[in-house]
Design a protein around this ligand. Structure first.
Ligand SMILES: C[S@@+](CC[C@H](N)C(=O)[O-])C[C@H]1O[C@@H](n2cnc3c(N)ncnc32)[C@H](O)[C@@H]1O
Length: 428
């Protein structure tokens, strides 16, 4: 049994032993590889606590008794209209999680209840389910950190796309915390510049990518876009840009929001294409939600495709399942990939089997490919210390003997991705 488990029975108030102050960390008395960042979860109201206690592992709002449902106008409405079965969901240890969105600080917008503890998942647990290595630290306001994690491209998914190209110089637009960049760096690329309009995003990005130039620029503002182009040209110093990547905001395309064609955020993708025209990179990667395909009956995707072809790129549209690339999460994302020189493979190499949903939420099976199973929630987070709802700390000590699975070793960066996949494939 892991040593911290003894703690579990003793946690009665909101604290965690071994919490480390920033000043101690700054003075470098501790090796960053012995710490755990952002293991803190959101506070819930008494009513929310009553609700989540009623939901068993793998369950959802349908498990909440009527007398509790009646206390909540929202739940009463969900029951009347038959809301999504992911709402008020509790994760299942032996499956990948559902999509981690930006609302994992609330129980009612997805499946964010810890599989075993009566609380929501912590930011670190969400980051693990997004495949961010543990050295990656999220900074800025609390609400921003939820956005940084939930909006990110899982680095392992980004890495699979990055491997389609020869390692080279990359610029990341709408870079957020840097999930997409992290995947490209892990695949051997050099991200020379990243840009985002939000200061919290830029702060997290800069902390985790100290050698990348980070530019805070609003792509809706023409003068910012022009300044950004100048900064990119300066960073390139006459060299050719290999890959321009970017995940423009996707609220307008998302099935979770209303697909609103007039949402000004939808225009940002065309701002990115203006930069493609000016910079003529060897390759372009535009990441988004699969809803992009259906936006305006496909007209938005067609327009992107046409603009890339006018600039003489061959174009492939990849819809990828994160769990096939070792992300312990069911998340679908679209990648529009343009390449100057050659046609693009229709899909990157898959490593693990995907999940196929049957008639009900818990009726799932593995796709019948001869691949090892996807990484599940328990494999991803079982080593993280128990905390009470609303508790945890931003920096705690992590003891190496807590690590229990190969995925956890991968996140602690004590094994490589290639070793992880080779071993899992061997085990079948
Ligand atoms: C979906 S997130 C990108 C996530 C990122 N690719 C990752 O993997 O971590 C979209 C980002 O676009 C930024 N953004 C929104 N409006 C913007 C604008 N007008 N100009 C530049 N960035 C903007 C947001 O701050 C947000 O970080």
């Amino acid at each position: 049994m892991l040593s911290y488990m003894i703690l579990h029975t003793r946690i009665e108030t909101c604290f965690l032993v071994n919490s480390i102050s920033q000043s101690v960390l700054d003075s470098e008395m501790l090796n960053p590889s012995d710490v755990l960042f952002n293991h803190t979860c959101s506070t819930l109201s008494e009513l929310d606590m009553e609700m989540i206690r009623a939901v068993p592992e793998g369950g959802n709002w349908q498990n909440i008794p009527t007398h509790v449902i009646k206390k909540s106008a929202r739940l009463t409405q969900i029951r009347k209209s038959g809301g999504r079965t992911t709402y008020y969901g509790r994760m299942k240890d032996n499956l990948p999680s559902y999509t981690i969105n930006t609302y994992f600080n609330r129980p009612g917008n997805g499946t964010f209840i810890h599989p075993k503890q009566d609380r929501l998942i912590s930011m670190r647990e969400a980051a693990r389910l997004q495949s961010f290595p543990d050295r990656f630290r999220f900074l800025g306001s609390r609400s921003s950190r939820y956005k940084q994690i939930g909006n990110a491209v899982p680095p392992l998914l980004a890495g699979a796309v990055a491997k389609l190209f020869k390692p080279g110089k990359v610029v990341d637009l709408f870079s957020g915390a840097g999930g997409l960049s992290e995947g490209f760096v892990q695949a051997g690329h050099e991200v020379i510049l990243a840009a985002d309009s939000n200061s919290n995003m830029c702060e997290t990005y800069a902390y985790n990518h100290p050698t990348t130039k980070v530019v805070q620029a609003d792509m809706h503002v023409q003068s910012d876009s022009l300044k950004l182009l100048e900064e990119i040209e300066r960073a390139l110093a006459g060299k050719q840009l290999d890959v321009l990547v970017g995940g423009p905001p996707c609220q307008g395309f998302s099935t979770a929001g209303n697909r609103n064609a007039s949402d000004s955020r939808n225009r940002l993708v065309f701002g990115m294409l203006d930069l493609v025209r000016s910079l003529q990179p060897d390759a372009v990667v535009i990441e988004n939600v699969p809803g992009l395909k259906r936006m305006q009956n496909g007209a938005v995707l067609n327009a992107i495709d046409n603009l890339l072809r006018i600039e003489e790129y061959s174009v492939a549209v990849l819809v990828l399942k994160a769990e096939e690339f070792a992300v312990p999460q069911r998340r679908r994302r679209i990648f529009v990939v343009g390449q100057k020189e050659r046609a693009i493979p229709t899909t990157p190499k898959k490593y693990l089997a995907s999940i196929v949903r049957g008639r009900t939420r818990n009726d799932v099976s593995l796709a019948t490919e001869n691949l090892p199973p996807p990484v599940n929630v328990s494999e991803a987070i079982s080593d993280l210390p128990p905390i009470l709802s609303g508790c945890g700390d931003d920096i705690i000590e992590y003891q190496s003997d807590w690590t229990d699975t190969d995925y956890q070793r991968l996140m602690r960066e004590s094994i490589s991705f290639d070793y992880f996949i080779a071993k899992r494939t061997e085990q079948g």
